[in-house]
Design a protein around this ligand. Structure first.
Ligand SMILES: [Ca+2]
Length: 225
């Protein structure tokens, strides 16, 4: 009787674990904002350094059975300046993606390419109590697909510009147009996070699998002793 009960609980634990979350997170150094000199410049991108409100420090997405929650954290706080925009994308390929964009206290979420059809014109986004993290949950998606994240913050020099002089910060760094694929050859102090995010492949943390394995281990111990 006890054995059967144990196995039932174990089964439930495994089911719960497998159906909960997959987290992919990328931290990003601070002080690594780049300046885009405009489409006609000889040098398009140069390291700028610190820039309030758009210095991304973390980007992550969490996948559940039907939803994907995306988050972007900046060093100072999410700004409502009209020249500042925040973009978070999860994509299955370069032309198929879900986008969440935020600017001036309003946002929009869309599906594009193979993922077209998702439109949320009044998205229920959240900003954390400390003002640093912007989050949004895409609902009722096919979460069995393999998603990759790309997030960035941009501050345009001129209001209304869409491709002009501006400051940018990307996470992970490998998604940036100025990413050179290595460390130490971008004039400076970027990529100083050691192995964290270097190479930029978001690592899926199989948190739930470890939970399940730990549960199995504990139940086995209990049954033996
Ligand atoms: Ca940064």
């Amino acid at each position: 009787m006890i054995v059967r009960k144990s196995w039932s609980i174990l089964f439930i634990v495994i089911l719960l674990a497998l159906s909960t979350v997959l987290v992919s997170a990328d931290s990003d150094p601070s002080g690594d904002v780049y300046y885009f000199n405009g489409p006609d410049a000889d040098v398009l991108w140069e390291l700028y350094g610190d820039r309030e409100y758009i210095d991304v420090t973390d980007a992550s997405f969490t996948t559940t059975a039907s939803d994907i929650t995306v988050s972007l954290t900046v060093k100072d706080s999410i700004s409502n300046d009209q020249k500042i925009k925040y973009y978070i994308r999860v994509y299955t390929n370069p032309t198929s993606f879900y986008d969440f964009n935020y600017n001036e206290e309003s946002g929009i979420a869309t599906g594009n390419g193979d993922l077209a059809g998702y439109v949320d014109t009044n998205p229920d986004y959240t900003i954390s109590d400390d003002g640093k993290t912007l989050s949004y949950t895409f609902t009722d998606l096919d979460t069995s697909l393999s998603y990759t994240m790309k997030a960035y913050a941009v501050e345009f020099v001129t209001y209304g510009a869409t491709y002009d002089d501006a400051w940018y910060d990307y996470a992970p760094e490998s998604e940036a147009p100025y990413y050179s694929g290595g460390s130490g050859n971008d004039n400076g102090n970027d990529n100083n996070g050691g192995g964290n995010g270097q190479g930029g492949t978001p690592g899926f943390e199989m948190v739930t699998v470890f939970v399940a394995l730990a549960a199995i281990f504990l139940f086995t111990l209990k049954r033996k002793y």
